[in-house]
Each structure stands twice: as structure tokens, then as C-alpha cells.
Ligand binder design. Structure first.
Ligand code: NDP
Length: 247
């Protein structure tokens, strides 16, 4: 499958899995549109990609704001043409025990991890259905299959991403040739744990994950690259990738 010349939007490209994915796809000749809130980080990434001969566009975006997401897709199309690949990666994981009532964090997770995914989908689907092509990559999690104490709300958002992926695939793949891949990473070394503010949970998390050797963000970028580089007739629906030591 030739990726060169395609256009991809990657949300949450300012760090972690999104950043590694942007670099990986750009190295294959994909024109990458870098979206997140931290514009300075995106500009640094754009420079690094261009230095290596790739093409990148920065669009500072909060995926919870509909107007911002509309602007993201418009700018992507104006600069690079219709969007071939959407990587719905932006997410937060402020794990906490329900009893500790981190209610604002529950709401933020729903806003970013579910509503953000929906808003991005809404902006790319019209062109994809009209062109009868496109690939949507949704980043769920192992926590989208298994719930641990403290992961209830995060898991609920990632179960939702898996449900959305399943529904999208069944609706869009046979009729429109649009592929949908749900990626379910295990523990990956990124800035994601920095969003945890529940001290009790943080201590317990360290105890239970102390012996786990976290994956590198590149391991997940590789999984995404594998999914998008298959021939049109090959549809990779789900990929669960976790550290061997995670069990
Ligand atoms: P990072 O914290 O490194 O990256 C998260 C990204 O999401 C950042 O680029 C951040 O950018 C962006 N983001 C957060 N809120 C918003 C928002 N409102 N609008 C736009 N962008 C936003 O973590 P990861 O790379 O690990 O996380 C990427 C995805 O992978 C997430 O969906 C996460 O749930 C999932 N995942 C991660 C695992 C792990 O162990 N690391 C395991 C399983 C799944 P900015 O702050 O600049 O807006």
C-alpha cells in the first residue's frame, strides 16, 4: 500500500504516541497535520519532520471545541487536500478512585476521550463517504477491555471508543470502503500518567505496575503504520499491543 502523498490528521501530536505516529507516517511520505493545544511543541515537531524531508502543518486545536475541529479539517484540506487518514489519538487519563470524587476530571475525560473523537469524525466523514475511501484510527486502550479499580471512568471512555469503532466499521466499510482500526495499547512510556492527581491511586498504580517494562511510543506508532499500510482490501480492525511483562 503506497502511503506517499496521502494526508493524515493526527490529534494529540504534541507528545507521546501522537508525536511518534506523526514522525513515522511523515517518513513514509504522508503529509501530516499536527493537532493539539500546545502549539510550541507542534512547531518543534514540524521542524523535525521538515528537516527529515517530510511535510507537516501545525493547527493548534482543542478537540473539545467544535469550531476548532472544523478549522483543523478545513486547514488540512486547504493545505494538503482531502483527509485520507484520521488518527483520533488525543486523550487524557486522570485515573482516580470513584469514591474520591474527581468529578471535574470525569467530565474532562468524557469531553476529550469521547466527544473529541466524535467531533473529529464528524468533520472527516462527509468527504470520506463521498470519496468512498479513508482510514480512521481510533486509540482505545487495554483499559477499553478490562476495568481496574480507579480506571472506571477512563475505561468507560475507552470502551466507548471501541464501540464507536465497531459501529463505524460495520456501517462504513462494506458500503463506502472506509477502514476503521481500533488500537488498544497497554502501558506505554509517555506523559499520560502526569494527568493523575489522585495521590491514593497514584501510589497503588506504582505498586501494581512497578514491575512492568512500559512500551516505547514507537511500538504503537509501528502498529498504526502496519494498519494503514495494508492493501485496500485488507482491513485491520483491532490491534492490542501490550508489554510482555504486563501479562
Ligand atoms: P500523552 O499525554 O503523551 O499525549 C496525549 C496527547 O493528547 C497530547 O498530545 C495532548 O496535547 C493531547 N490532548 C489532550 N487533551 C487535548 C485536547 N483537549 N485537545 C487536543 N489535544 C489534546 O499520552 P499518550 O501518547 O500516551 O496518549 C495518546 C493516546 O493513547 C490517548 O488517547 C491515551 O488514552 C492512549 N493510550 C495511552 C496508553 C499509555 O500507556 N500511554 C495506553 C493506552 C492508551 P496537548 O496537551 O498539547 O493538547
Amino acid at each position: 500500500m503506497k502511503l506517499s502523498g496521502k494526508t493524515a490528521i493526527i490529534t494529540g501530536a504534541s507528545s507521546g504516541i501522537g508525536e511518534a505516529t506523526a514522525k513515522t507516517l511523515a517518513a513514509q511520505g504522508v503529509k501530516v497535520v499536527l493537532a493539539a493545544r500546545r502549539g510550541d511543541r507542534l512547531e518543534e515537531l514540524k521542524k523535525a519532520i521538515e528537516k527529515d524531508g517530510g511535510a507537516a502543518l501545525v493547527v493548534e486545536t482543542d478537540v473539545t471545541e467544535r469550531a476548532a475541529v472544523k478549522n483543523l479539517v478545513k486547514q488540512a484540506k486547504d493545505a494538503f487536500g482531502p483527509v485520507d487518514i484520521l488518527v483520533n489519538n488525543a486523550g487524557l487519563m486522570p485515573l482516580s478512585y470513584m469514591k474520591n470524587l474527581h468529578v471535574d476530571e470525569w467530565m474532562t475525560m468524557v469531553d476529550v476521550n469521547i466527544k473529541g473523537v466524535l467531533l473529529c469524525l464528524a468533520e472527516v466523514l462527509p468527504d470520506m463517504t463521498e470519496r468512498k475511501q479513508g482510514h480512521i484510527i481510533n486509540i482505545s486502550s487495554v483499559a477499553g477491555r478490562e476495568v481496574m479499580p480507579g480506571s472506571a471512568v477512563y475505561s468507560a471512555t475507552k470502551f466507548a471508543v471501541r464501540a464507536l469503532s465497531d459501529g463505524l466499521r460495520k456501517e462504513l466499510a462494506p458500503k463506502y470502503g472506509i477502514r476503521v482500526t481500533c488500537i488498544e495499547p497497554g502501558a506505554v512510556e509517555t506523559e499520560l500518567l502526569d494527568t493523575i492527581t489522585d495521590d491514593e491511586l497514584r501510589t497503588d498504580f506504582k505498586d501494581s505496575f512497578g514491575n512492568v517494562e512500559f512500551l516505547d511510543k514507537q511500538d504503537i506508532a509501528n502498529a498504526i503504520h502496519y494498519a494503514v499500510s495494508q492493501p485496500d482490501g485488507v482491513h485491520v480492525n483491532e490491534l492490542q499491543v501490550r508489554p510482555t511483562s504486563q501479562g
